[in-house]
Design a protein around this ligand. Structure first.
Ligand SMILES: Cc1ncc(COP(=O)(O)O)c(C=O)c1O
Length: 352
């Protein structure tokens, strides 16, 4: 019997969002925070064109995509590091700091990959409970020790949708020692409408220990192709670049991401539609009597406690897949108006 690392015995596997189908054949996947829209024709075209070249390895440095991202966000290309989805960039970040005894701090509950990546890297997780669904930045700053190497701040937070405002985040960053890397995970940045929620790309500029994680999976609609990136100062970005598995960002993903940046205006219009639906869904839930934290992401969060799995089952009857966290609550992505209506019906029936 081969001997595996002991951590694998205690590590729960990552649970991806599932699809469900109602008895009459309806299926609405609101469990993975994907965009409900089909890819843009221009993006499909770029992928189709690129398909003719896949006998060749992709550009390992992804020069064109790196330059497109740098130009779009007004940062030097040396500040950009890519990965096969931002979850892989997060894994690369763990590779850069993962040493026995190292600690990572993050709020809990937050993105469920953080504990898995920490375990895999042999880094000790220090989880700081949310307070009323929000990051407790004071407690997170107080949790820093001389073993702390990295802090994840998920803004807006997955799965609660809550976000941290400028003054609070700046005060927190000022408290973090300069040798601790702070990762602002902004997977849902494009959905933020509260002007007081800061853009990490502004905050990182004069803070060498702050970096930003972004993804093409959500607002840009490329979840299936796996491409995400980090923006950080040169030492951070180059450390992350060193940890990439060669050729991890495939050719089609590179082309599709460039095409998506070129079609950004169209994609962001769709984001606007989702944001309007988000408001409609949240207001309808509140009218039904639910407590729904304000959300700046493309999902809503319901704290259901022991009723969570029953709620998910009730949604499945309507063909709606949500993301339940047993004993805690459910996260429901914003989909098409039809999908959202199916969800709202399930939510209303559940309360009745
Ligand atoms: C907060 C957050 N960060 C990162 C990711 C990873 O996304 P991807 O690897 O598709 O870029 C997700 C996906 O759910 C997320 O919610």
């Amino acid at each position: 019997m081969p001997r595996f690392r002991a951590i694998l015995d205690t590590m729960p596997p990552y649970k991806a969002g599932k699809a469900v189908v109602s008895a009459d054949g309806r299926s609405y996947k609101l469990s993975s925070n994907e965009t409900p829209y089909d890819p843009l024709p221009s993006v499909v075209e770029a992928i189709a064109e690129g398909a003719r070249q896949i006998n060749r390895y992709p550009d390992p440095a992804a020069v064109r995509l790196t330059e497109s991202i740098a130009a779009r966000f007004g940062v030097p290309p040396e500040h950009v590091a890519l990965g096969a989805g931002s979850v892989t960039v997060a894994q690369q970040l763990f590779e850069t700091i993962g040493e026995p005894g190292a600690e990572v701090i993050y709020a809990w509950r937050s993105f469920e990959a953080y504990p898995l990546l920490a375990d895999l890297a042999g880094v000790t997780s220090v989880r700081v409970p949310l307070v009323e669904e929000n990051h407790d930045l004071d407690a997170m700053a107080a949790a820093v020790t001389d073993r702390t190497r990295m802090i994840f701040v998920c803004n807006p937070n997955n799965p609660t949708g809550t976000s941290i405002r400028r003054a609070a985040l700046e005060a927190f960053l000022d408290r973090v020692p300069s040798d601790v890397l702070v990762v602002l995970d902004e997977a849902y940045r494009e959905y933020v409408r509260d002007a007081d929620v800061p853009d990490g790309l502004e905050l990182y500029r004069d803070r060498p220990n702050v970096c930003v994680l972004r993804t093409f999976s959500k607002a840009y609609g490329l979840a299936g192709l796996r491409v995400g990136y980090l923006v950080g100062h040169e030492p951070v970005a180059s450390a992350v670049r060193k940890t990439i598995i060669p050729f991890a960002v495939n050719h089609l993903a590179q082309l599709a991401a460039v095409a998506s940046l070129e079609a950004e205006a169209e994609l962001l219009e769709r984001v606007d539609t989702v944001v309007k639906e988000r408001t409609r869904v949240r207001e309808a839930l509140i009218a039904q009597g639910w407590t729904v934290p304000p959300t700046e992401a493309n999902f809503v969060w319901l704290r259901l406690g022991e009723r969570t799995l029953d709620f998910a089952a009730a949604c499945a009857v309507e063909g709606v897949a949500v993301r339940p966290f047993a004993g805690e609550g459910a996260r429901i992505s914003i989909g098409t108006p039809e999908a959202n209506d199916a969800f709202l019906k399930a939510a209303a029936d559940f309360r009745a």
